[in-house]
Design a binder for this molecule. Structure first.
Ligand SMILES: NC(=O)c1ccc[n+]([C@@H]2O[C@H](COP(=O)([O-])OP(=O)(O)OC[C@H]3O[C@@H](n4cnc5c(N)ncnc54)[C@H](OP(=O)(O)O)[C@@H]3O)[C@@H](O)[C@H]2O)c1
Length: 290
C-alpha cells in the first residue's frame, strides 16, 4: 500500500534531500515549496514527488495545500516539519518583530501543519510526525537565541502533543542535527546583516565584535558539517523503524550540545561564555594583524 508523506520546506537543503530519498525508497512525497521554479525542479527529480505550494505561516496557504493533498489521498502516513529559518541577535536589543518571525515559521508553522494533518493521519494504523529540530534546542548558542528558543519550543509543544493526544497510532520524533551544509547559513547571515541595521546605534556598537565573529563563522557553516543526505537517511530510518526513539542526535556537535545540557547551568554557561570570549578575541587579533 502506498504511504504518503508531506515534507515542508523542500526547495533546498534537508527538505529536498529527504524528498528525494523517500521518493526513491517508494514513498509518495508531497514536497512543500513556495516558488513555481522550485515546483518545476522537484517535479523533474522523481515521479513519486508531488510538489505542493505551502507557506507554513499562512492559514490560507496551509488549507489550500491540504485541499490539494486530499485530491490525491484521504490518508497521510507522516509529515516532516522541516521548513525553517535561523535568526540571530542580542537579547538586549533584538526587535520583537524578529522573534515573531522566527516563531511564526519554526514553531507556529509546524503546529499549524500538524493540526491540519492529524485528522488525515488518524485514519492510518501507524502514523508519524518527524520534527527537524536542531542541536540549538539545547540552548547553548549565544546570539542565536531566537533560533534556539524556537527549536526548544518546537520540541516542547510536540512533547505535549505526545502526552495529550488520543491517537495511540501516532509517533512523534525529534531529529536534532548539528551543523549541516545547506543554504540556511548564508540566508541567516544575509538576514542577520539586515536585522543588525534595525538595532539601535548603542546595540550595534556594543556587540559589533561578537557579531563580526559570529557572522563570519556562520558563513563557514555553509560548506562544513554533515551532508543533507545524512539527515535524509535518518528521516527514512525513523519512518521505517517499528519503534523509533523520541529524539535523535546526529553529528558530533549535536552530541556535544546534548552533553553540555547535562551540566549544571552555571558550569555550562561558564564554558560557553569563556569559549566565545576566547574565539572572539583571537578572531579580532587576526583581523587587526591582517
Ligand atoms: N543546516 C543546518 O545546519 C541545520 C541544523 C539543524 C537543523 N536544521 C533545520 O533543518 C531545517 C531545514 O533547513 P536547511 O538547513 O535545509 O535550510 P534551507 O536549505 O534554507 O531550507 C529551509 C526550507 O524552509 C523553507 N521555508 C522557509 N520559510 C518558509 C515558510 N514560511 N513556509 C514554508 N517553507 C518555508 C525554505 O523555502 P524557500 O526556499 O521558499 O525559502 C526552504 O525550503 C530547518 O528547520 C533548520 O532549522 C538545519
Amino acid at each position: 500500500m502506498e504511504k504518503y508523506v508531506l515534507i515542508t520546506g523542500s526547495s533546498s537543503g534537508l527538505g529536498k534531500a529527504t524528498a528525494q530519498k523517500l521518493a526513491r525508497e517508494g514513498f509518495k512525497v508531497f514536497a512543500g515549496v513556495r516558488k513555481q521554479q522550485d515546483k518545476e525542479t522537484l517535479e523533474q527529480l522523481h515521479e513519486n514527488i508531488i510538489p505542493v505550494f505551502i507557506d507554513v505561516t499562512n492559514d490560507e496557504s496551509v488549507n489550500c495545500a491540504f485541499e490539494k493533498i486530499k485530491e490525491t489521498t484521504p490518508e497521510l502516513f507522516a509529515i516532516v516539519n522541516n521548513a525553517g529559518v535561523a535568526l540571530a541577535g542580542p537579547v538586549e536589543y533584538i526587535p520583537a518583530e524578529i522573534l515573531k518571525k522566527q516563531f511564526d515559521i519554526n514553531v507556529f508553522g509546524a503546529i499549524r501543519t500538524a493540526q491540519k494533518a492529524l485528522p488525515m493521519m488518524s485514519m492510518s494504523k501507524d502514523c508519524r510526525i518527524v520534527n527537524i529540530s536542531s542541536m540549538s534546542s539545547y540552548g547553548i548558542f549565544p546570539f542565536l537565541s531566537p533560533y534556539c528558543v524556537s527549536k526548544r519550543a518546537l520540541d516542547m509543544f510536540f512533547n505535549s502533543l505526545i502526552l495529550e493526544c488520543k491517537m495511540p497510532n501516532l509517533k512523534v520524533i525529534s531529529i536534532k542535527p548539528g551543523v549541516v551544509s545547506t543554504p540556511i547559513w548564508n540566508k541567516s547571515v544575509d538576514e542577520s546583516m539586515r536585522n543588525l541595521e534595525l538595532l539601535c546605534e548603542e546595540g550595534k556598537q556594543k556587540y559589533a565584535k561578537e557579531f563580526d565573529f559570529l557572522l563570519k563563522n556562520a558563513a563557514k557553516n555553509t560548506d562544513k558539517g554533515l551532508k543533507p543526505e545524512d539527515i535524509a537517511g535518518l528521516v527514512y530510518k525513523v519512518l521505517t523503524l517499528k519503534n523509533p526513539k523520541l529524539s535523535y542526535n546526529i553529528g558530533m556537535d549535536s552530541f556535544f550540545a546534548r552533553f553540555m545540557s547535562y551540566l549544571p547551568q552555571g558550569m555550562c554557561n561558564f564554558i560557553v561564555k569563556t569559549g566565545l570570549e576566547k574565539r572572539v578575541f583571537s578572531h579580532n587579533q587576526q583581523n587587526t594583524t591582517k
